[in-house]
Design a protein around this ligand. Structure first.
Ligand SMILES: [Fe+2]
Length: 295
C-alpha cells in the first residue's frame, strides 16, 4: 500500500497557501495601521484673492458632530489657538442629534470668547426633533455666535474688506426661522439672496455645509466656497482614491475633501472633525482643522 504522500502529491499545497495568506494579512495590517491614525491634522490652504493684499486667516471647523477632543476640548481649541486665526467659521454639523450637546457647546463657548465666529446650519442640526433644533440654536444665541442663514456680512479684518455669506443646509427650510427672519428661505433662494447682497465689488466667501452643490456656487460666481459634510469620503487610499463614500454623493464622491476649481470659483472642502461617529472608522482620513489664508 502506498503512503499518503505518494497517493496525493498535492497535499502539502494548503500549508503553502496558509503561509501566503498569513503573509498577505500581515502586509495588509502593516499598511492599514497608519491609516487608522485618528489624531487631529491641520490642513492649510493659501488662496490668492485679488482684492486682498494683507493676509486674512480663516479657521474652518466643520462636522464636529459633538465629538470629544480631550478634556474641555483642549486638543481642538489649542490647535486653533496655535494657528492664530482672524475669524472662525463653523460649517455645520457641529451638533449631532445622536450625541449630547456638551462637547459642541464647550467648543463654541471657548471659541466665541476669543474669535469672531460665524455659523451655518448643517443637516445634523435638522435631523433631530424640533426641540433639539431649537436647543442647538439657543446655545448658539447664548454664546453670541452669529448664524448666517441666507445672510451676508461685510467685514474688515487687518484692513481688508470682504463679504462673508452663509446659507443653511438645503433641508433646514422646514425649521423655525432665525431671529429677525419672517421665514427660512429655501436653499436656492438663499444663494440668490446672498449673491445679490454681496454684489459690491469686494471678495466674497460663501460658507455652506454642502459641497455637492458646487455647480450652483460656480453659477452664482462666488470667489471662494468653504464646505464640509463629506467626511473625506470616510475611507481613502492615498494618491489613488480620494474617498470611498460620502452622503448625498454616493460612491467615489467628486467632492470628498480638498480643493476644487471651476470658472472663477474655488471650493475648499474640509474632511471634518468627527472621529467616533459614524461607527465606521476613517481610514487614511485624519480629522482635520482647515486653515485658509486669503492673501
Ligand atoms: Fe453633514
Amino acid at each position: 500500500m502506498k503512503d499518503d504522500k505518494e497517493q496525493n502529491p498535492e497535499q502539502p499545497q494548503p500549508k503553502k497557501k496558509r503561509h501566503w495568506f498569513r503573509t498577505i494579512a500581515i502586509i495588509l495590517i502593516i499598511l492599514l495601521l497608519p491609516g487608522l491614525n485618528h489624531s487631529l491634522a491641520v490642513r492649510r490652504y493659501t488662496v490668492d484673492a485679488e482684492q486682498i493684499s494683507d493676509r486674512v486667516r480663516l479657521a474652518l471647523i466643520t462636522d464636529l458632530h459633538a465629538n470629544p477632543y480631550g478634556k474641555g476640548q483642549r486638543t481642538l481649541l489649542d490647535a486653533v489657538a496655535q494657528q492664530e486665526p482672524d475669524l472662525v467659521l463653523l460649517g455645520g454639523d457641529i451638533f449631532d442629534e445622536r450625541m449630547d450637546t456638551e462637547a459642541a457647546e464647550t467648543t463654541l463657548r471657548a471659541l466665541e470668547e476669543i474669535y469672531p465666529c460665524y455659523y451655518v446650519i448643517g443637516n445634523h442640526e435638522c435631523w433631530g426633533t424640533m426641540e433639539q433644533f431649537e436647543e442647538d440654536m439657543q446655545i448658539l444665541h447664548d454664546c453670541g455666535i452669529e448664524i448666517l442663514s441666507g445672510e451676508t456680512v461685510t467685514l474688515t479684518v487687518n484692513g481688508q474688506t470682504f463679504n462673508l455669506c452663509g446659507v443653511d443646509d438645503p433641508i433646514a427650510y422646514a425649521f423655525p426661522p432665525d431671529e429677525g427672519q419672517e421665514k427660512r428661505l429655501e436653499f436656492s433662494a438663499q444663494l440668490e439672496k446672498v449673491k445679490a447682497e454681496s454684489d459690491n465689488g469686494y471678495y466674497t466667501v460663501l460658507l455652506s455645509h454642502r459641497p455637492e452643490r458646487f455647480e450652483d456656487y460656480v453659477e452664482q460666481g462666488f470667489d471662494l466656497v468653504l464646505s464640509g459634510h463629506a467626511h473625506g469620503g470616510q475611507w481613502r487610499i492615498p494618491f489613488l482614491i480620494n474617498g470611498l463614500y460620502a452622503p448625498d454623493q454616493g460612491l467615489f464622491p467628486a467632492y470628498a475633501g480638498g480643493e476644487y476649481q471651476s470658472g472663477n470659483t474655488t471650493m475648499l472642502v474640509s474632511r471634518g472633525l468627527a472621529r467616533i461617529t459614524p461607527l465606521v472608522p476613517r481610514i487614511y482620513n485624519r480629522p482635520e482643522l482647515v486653515i485658509v489664508d486669503l492673501e
